[in-house]
Design a protein around this ligand. Structure first.
Ligand SMILES: Nc1nc2c(c(=O)[nH]1)N(C=O)[C@@H](CNc1ccc(C(=O)N[C@@H](CCC(=O)O)C(=O)O)cc1)CN2
Ligand SMILES: Nc1ncnc2c1ncn2[C@@H]1O[C@H](COP(=O)(O)OP(=O)(O)OP(=O)(O)O)[C@@H](O)[C@H]1O
Length: 231
């Protein structure tokens, strides 16, 4: 099987990558120079990206959410993911509220934000209860910080991802910590709207690279330049 090594040094089946030339274009040119303007700080980028999401009409967003969920379902079927750590999007986040209703997945876990902003996990489906920051979180036994280590696919929230796999989150460092516990064989993907896959993002040593983004256009690997050559 031909496969590609991604930013986090994991192998992806060739069958997921429909068009390598397309990936090269994305890696080389990226998108959205307005958002990715060099020199902008993480807080400036967060604020610009969140404003752009808020400015999107609900019906446009819902169409995009539908396409993102379809692409994610195709990915899950392709890789045969059995345990998935996902999240329950808040209003305006890619994928919409139904994102964690994943067909064919044996076990879905959702994050529960701890007071120190680290992430505990609980099984889903489960009743959702209101948490901090307007989050809806599963009400059920807490499985511990290391539950994410059992996932073969992690669907992580983000505001943007760069072509070399750097993810920009909300700034709590929650996923920086949680992604450090992911199995080396697991895949990490971030649902995004078009335009949120950008050329470059400010990167810090604690940032954990991700493998792919899931946009309305499909699954796109990130960081396939350099060491991500076909094997
Ligand atoms: N749907 C979803 N669930 C998630 C996350 C996420 O980004 N999205 N998280 C990802 O880590 C964790 C929760 N962390 C969060 C941290 C900040 C905010 C938030 O809304 N912050 C406000 C500022 C709030 C304030 O400081 O008063 C903001 O970003 O505008 C939300 C979630 C776990 N669950
Ligand atoms: N392992 C860690 N333990 C404690 N704090 C951490 C850890 N990793 C990162 N942080 C802190 O979290 C804060 C936010 O980091 P950063 O701006 O990279 O967040 P982010 O990746 O955008 O957010 P998130 O991971 O919550 O989605 C930083 O102050 C950073 O020092």
């Amino acid at each position: 099987m031909v496969s590609y090594r991604t930013a986090s040094n994991r192998l992806w089946p060739r069958s997921l990558v429909s068009d390598l030339s397309n990936l090269r274009i994305l890696a080389g040119k990226g998108a959205v120079p307005v958002v990715a303007a060099p020199g902008r700080t993480k807080p400036e980028l967060r604020s610009a990206l969140l404003s752009a999401r808020r400015a999107t009409a609900p019906e446009v967003r819902q169409q995009a959410d539908l396409a993102i969920r379809a692409a994610l379902a195709a990915l899950i079927a392709e890789v045969g993911a059995e345990t998935v750590c996902a999240y329950r999007p808040m209003t305006g986040e890619p994928g919409g509220a139904q994102l964690p209703d994943l067909p064919g997945v044996r076990r879905v876990l959702l994050p529960v934000l701890r007071p120190d902003l680290d992430l505990d996990w609980a099984a889903y489906p489960a009743p959702l209860v209101a948490g901090r920051y307007g989050l809806s979180e599963p009400d059920g036994p807490r499985l511990g910080l290391d539950a994410i280590a059992g996932a073969d696919l992690v669907v992580a929230p983000g505001l943007a991802v760069s072509a070399d796999g750097v993810r920009l989150g909300r700034g709590g460092g929650s996923y920086d910590r949680a992604l450090a516990r992911v199995s080396p064989s697991a895949l990490v993907v971030v649902p995004l709207y078009e335009g949120e896959l950008v050329d470059r993002l400010p990167a810090e040593p604690h940032d954990r690279p991700v493998d792919a983004v899931v946009t309305p256009a499909g699954v796109r690997l990130v960081s396939h330049t350099g060491r991500n050559r076909p094997r």
